[in-house]
Write a protein that binds this ligand. Sequence first.
Ligand code: IPE
Ligand code: IPE
Ligand code: MG
Length: 254
Amino acid sequence: MAEISSIVPPGCGPVPRHIAVIMDGNGRWARRRGLPRPAGHRAGVKVVRRIVEAVDQRGVAALTLFAFSSENWRRPRTEVNLLIELFINTLQQEVDRLHRNRVRIRFIGDPTPFGRRLRRLMQDAETLTQANEGLRLNIAVNYGGRWDMLQAARRLAACVAAGELKPEAIDERTLAGALSLGDLPEPDLFIRTGGEQRISNFLLWQLAYTELYFTEVLWPDFDEHCLDEALAWFAGRQRRFGQTGEQVERIKGA
Ligand code: IPE
Ligand code: IPE
Ligand code: MG
């Protein structure tokens, strides 16, 4: 029989291995100060820098940030352009420092609508940092959870068409592995700032058993203290993965 310790479900430690964040509330933060929305996005970028460092210091292995959703194209053209421009500037300013901090960067989402310059910057950042063994920083741009499942289905279908995979061999593990973050543990903790309690087409498959934390704090106001509150809340959760609370206690105590 398997050792009891080997059947402890993954991700039950006090520190999450992987945190996924919807950084929401930039626009409202600006509006409350009588500022234009871009001011909120600029303030939001500064917070990204701080939180990446704080998450790294707290021993979290992976951080996935939602920067631009596949639905955010529906915003006014001027805001979309501003967001893309800000993204380009941020990459130019931050990648070297992240590299020095041994952060490994990856972008998830469909890059095809972006211009050559931005695609090149993203590619260069991934290549530069690919051997780093520090924090795994995933940035979701033009990302949608439905798109992710679709691209995974297409990839698997192509393997079937090529005779490399039998349809009956496709199981949850195969499908999970074909998703954008297929090589990483699923997020243990999800944080959404800005008060909305929805997933907004973020990591749909991967959030199946993630602990969901919602805070009213707007993203530009989110700081290390807010992060620690979320981590403390997470540490107090009992993750049952379908088992009973008693079973989980017994396994933990073993
Ligand atoms: C999140 O802040 C940033 C992006 C979606 C790019 P919002 O811009 O959605 O801010 P609110 O929700 O309008 O306050
Ligand atoms: C989700 O925020 C996307 C990002 C933070 C990048 P939104 O502000 O776009 O989400 P909805 O539209 O309010 O659901
Ligand atoms: Mg929003």
